[in-house]
Design a protein around this ligand. Structure first.
Ligand code: PEP
Ligand code: MG
Length: 857
């Protein structure tokens, strides 16, 4: 049995449609309920009225078909549907059928005993069978509407890209939809899903996702509906920019074989097998990690407004915390930092915030109780999903839930994994992305979890940091007492609990003398990067703070090619003064000892505003008041930084570098500013380094093309391939839609790099490269062959880069570069360089490497 609910902007309209439908259908006894206008009788749609009408139909045991007039009626209905228990929601369909004809057809079909699906279809076919013939047009032709009358645009599309409408493409889809005013829904027709709000990441991730080849319907209603549909259509049809290079398809969760824990000599012992998620061997005592939980009181609040404000403040704080975390991770790996994107979008999700506020408003609930109820519902919803991605999303929602609850109950942010007394293997049921991101990388030797798959956040982060990890273990792992010795093998997925001495020794031996390439690479991390024919280059690190400086040294960095000083300036309300900067730079220089430290002056501006700097909003921040332009305009910012750098250089190997140079004049002004800083320190009698080498980043096409004019002014160049790519190709480096265009191996970019290297060498100046390209294995032979003197990269990439350089001769690298520079596209260059890499890796060159090293000694 099916009842009908009519949702309209006018009370009279909804009532009228009900009346007409019932009369035309011959006075049948089908419940047809109106939900029109607002509570106080104005034009609009009321959440309560829709909820009430639906409750009444469902409570009587009927399924419900909802017909709505305009966009916001659909949105309100969708919001009501979100609040229904899942088993009730199953019994409701929202249709885009025409209001009057659809209602009549639905009533007739319901009276005839049709089920919910029959009734929906009857309603949706109503226009074709009733009005179109009268209008004199063929039903298969689109009806031409006058421009003004167009309120709704619809498009059906097949999802073309390999990962479908999931994860990053879903985030991109939502972000794009949010740019429009129109109400937009997306519906997976292939799976027979309900339309969901396209501006809600939560909705799209739970009910709007689609796999490659599935058909989706996008409906936009509102003034800019046409534009919205066009843009979204283009986005979907472009495969969300991932058609050229498909990311690896997540491997299905392999069902691990479990071996029961046996008590051995009175202690817990034996083996467990899980999914190997991050390679390497770890031997250390167990630390059972149980995250802190907070008791949530359920109170009735007096002032709904005040409680909503409290909620909004908590949401904002959570957003800020996540942003800081994301920035911290981005300093090491921008790609990995994106795993927090979904969480940030969640905090801005209109559906989620509406649900929370509604709960407070309607039930006079305190904010933490509302968060508990709403988030648990979402967690359950994602957990019910059978895909690995859905499980990932559940972990994200759980993570944000814990963060928000902690903020609302006023608890301190304590992470037990941040401060560990000694090396451990962390064992946990699950680790949230935030837990994993904060763990002490010195002390955490390995990770074992019950939850998680190969593509889980834990696995991604563990791989990035080179921490061995086994996931998907049985719950028995949680019973291992704290302090029990375990040996884990991140390649086979085996966990040995309390192993006898000989097994421990065996693991230890394997750990120390791993014969795999990775082990060789790591063990030779501190060898210099000398090619087989004796040409030496420098391999440096890109760092952002003292911790990463230590990591750099441990990874074999011969210096720092880029210290991003932004880390000192962001996420705070006041500028760091000269003293604070001096101490920070000095601390890093001390870690590096005599190794060179290239300190880049502040690279901030337009897109990354500092709250304490009053910057004007800009239409094109990447082309605006950024980096050196900002510093030259703000001596109050620039001078203290230059003085701090000069002071930090006393007795240390400090160099200074200016970012985003475009013109010769900028270099001259920056040099003059440096002289000014020296004069001021001199006058004040403060010790500083007089002979500081000065470099510039070459990351604008202007600087690259005019490199021969700039080289005589400075001591070195460092090519910023990240920005150079974006400016050469006129392609925003952060815009996911342009991912296939943003290619540092594009012929235009690599030719420009070659030109810069040649220009610098003409003047006897050294050239480094500190963009992501320097650490990209396939680009290393090319850059080496082009004559690059210094490669600067994320610390984790250093051992392999050095190994690779040692496996090549300069002569062959030159030939590789010559060939690569002849190729006409990034795709062909990439293909060629990948082949080269494979050949080098497969050839066993270890003996020739040792020979070359001996000669170098
Ligand atoms: C670059 O642009 O390549 C670079 C290293 O600088 P950043 O990524 O900090 O802009
Ligand atoms: Mg840059």
């Amino acid at each position: 049995m099916v009842g009908i609910v009519i949702v309209a902007h006018s009370e009279q309209l909804a009532a009228g449609v009900c009346e007409v439908a019932l009369q035309m259908a011959g006075g049948v006894s089908v419940p047809v309920l109106p939900a029109g206008g607002t509570e106080d009788g104005r034009l609009g749609t009321s959440f309560e009225k829709v909820q009430d009408a639906l409750d009444r139909v469902l409570e009587q045991g009927y399924d419900a078909l909802v017909l709505a007039d305009l966009g916001s009626a659909v949105m309100v209905t969708q919001m009501v549907l979100e609040t229904l228990l899942p088993e009730w929601r199953e019994r409701v369909r929202l249709t885009s059928a025409p209001l009057v004809e659809g209602a009549i057809a639905a009533v007739v079909a319901a009276a005839g005993g049709g089920d919910l699906e029959n009734v929906r279809q009857a309603a949706e076919q109503a226009l074709t069978v009733s009005k179109i013939p009268e209008l004199g047009v063929s039903p298969s032709l689109p009806i031409e509407m006058p421009e003004k009358a167009i309120l709704e645009e619809i498009v059906d599309l097949i999802v073309p890209n390999p990962t479908g409408l999931h994860a990053r493409p879903a985030a991109l889809f939502v972000q794009t939809a949010m740019r429009f005013q129109a109400d937009i829904t997306v519906q997976n027709l292939s799976q027979g899903r309900l339309p969901v709000n396209a501006k809600s990441m939560m909705e799209v991730a739970s009910g709007g996702t689609a796999w490659q080849g599935e058909r989706i319907r996008i409906v936009a209603r509102g003034k800019d509906a046409r534009e919205a549909i066009r843009t979204l259509q283009a986005l979907v049809e472009s495969g969300f920019g991932e058609m050229e290079e498909a990311p690896p398809v997540p491997s299905p969760l392999r069902q691990p074989e479990q071996v029961l824990l046996q008590p051995a000599e009175g202690k817990v012992g034996g083996q467990l097998r899980g999914i190997p998620a991050s390679s390497g061997i770890a031997i250390a005592p167990v630390f059972q990690y149980r995250p802190l939980t907070w008791h949530v009181e359920h109170r009735t609040v007096g002032s709904v407004g005040a409680e909503i404000t409290r909620l909004q403040k908590a949401l904002e704080q959570a957003r800020q915390e996540l942003l800081a975390l994301q920035q911290e991770i981005a300093l090491q790996d921008t790609q990995t930092a994106r795993i927090f994107e979904f969480q940030r979008m969640m905090l801005e999700d209109p559906v989620l915030t509406n649900m929370l506020e509604k709960r407070i408003r309607q039930q006079f609930s305190n904010a933490e109780a509302a968060v508990e109820a709403v988030f648990k519902e979402w967690i359950a919803r994602f957990e019910r999903g059978d895909s690995e991605l859905s499980q990932l999303r559940a972990a994200d929602v759980q993570d944000v839930y814990q963060r928000l609850t902690r903020i609302l109950v006023g608890a301190e942010e304590i992470n037990l994994l941040r401060t560990l007394p000694h090396p451990v293997v962390v064992v946990a049921k699950d680790l949230t992305p935030s837990d994993t991101a904060c763990l002490d990388r010195e002390k955490v030797k390995g990770i074992c979890t019950v939850g998680g798959g190969l593509t889980s956040h834990i696995a991604i982060l563990a791989r990035m940091w080179g921490i061995p990890a086994v996931v998907g273990l049985s719950e028995q792992v949680l019973e291992i007492p704290d302090g029990t010795m375990v040996a884990i093998d991140g390649e086979s997925g085996l966990v040995e609990v309390n192993p006898p001495q000989e097994i421990l020794r065996h693991y230890e031996e394997r750990r120390v003398q791993r014969t795999s390439l990775a082990a060789v690479v790591l063990s030779q991390a501190h060898w210099p990067a000398i090619t087989l024919d004796g040409h030496r280059v420098e391999v440096f690190a890109n760092i952002g703070d003292v911790a990463s400086a230590r990591e750099a040294v441990d990874s074999g960095a011969e210096g720092v090619g880029l210290l991003r000083t932004e880390f000192l300036f962001v996420n705070r309300t006041a500028m760091p003064d000269e003293e604070e900067q001096y101490r920070a730079y000095r601390a890093i220089a001390n870690v590096l000892d005599r190794r060179p430290l290239i300190i880049r002056t502040l690279d901030i501006g337009g897109d990354k505003p500092l709250p304490y700097l009053k910057l004007l909003p800009e239409a094109n921040p990447f082309l605006g008041m950024r980096a050196i332009r900002l510093s030259l305009n703000h001596p109050d910012l620039f001078q203290p930084q230059l003085r701090a750098i000069l002071r930090a250089g006393v007795g240390r190997n400090v160099l200074v570098m200016f970012p985003m140079i475009s013109t010769r004049d900028e270099v001259l002004r920056a040099l003059e500013a440096l002289e000014q800083a020296k004069r001021d320190l001199e006058q004040a009698g403060i010790p500083y380094t007089r002979e500081i080498p000065v470099g510039i980043m070459v990351e604008t096409p202007a600087a690259a093309i005019a490199a021969d004019l700039l080289a005589p002014l400075v001591d070195f160049f460092s090519i910023g391939s990240n920005d150079l790519t974006q400016y050469v190709l006129a392609c925003d480096r952060g815009n996911d839609q342009l991912r296939s265009l943003y290619q540092p191996l594009d012929p235009a970019v690599i030719r420009m790099i070659q030109h810069v290297i040649e220009a610098a060498h003409q003047y006897g100046k050294k050239v480094g490269l500190c963009g992501e390209l320097a650490g990209e294995p396939m680009a290393i032979p090319l850059l080496l062959g082009m004559g690059l003197d210094e490669f600067s990269m994320t610390p984790a990439a250093i051992p392999y880069a050095k190994w690779l350089i040692r496996a090549l001769s300069l002569t062959e690298a030159r030939e590789i570069a010559r060939q690569a520079l002849l190729l006409p596209s990034a795709a062909e260059t990439t293909r060629y360089l990948k082949e080269v890499l494979q050949v080098v890796q497969e050839a066993d060159r270890s003996s020739s490497q040792s020979y070359a090293m001996e000669r170098a000694d």
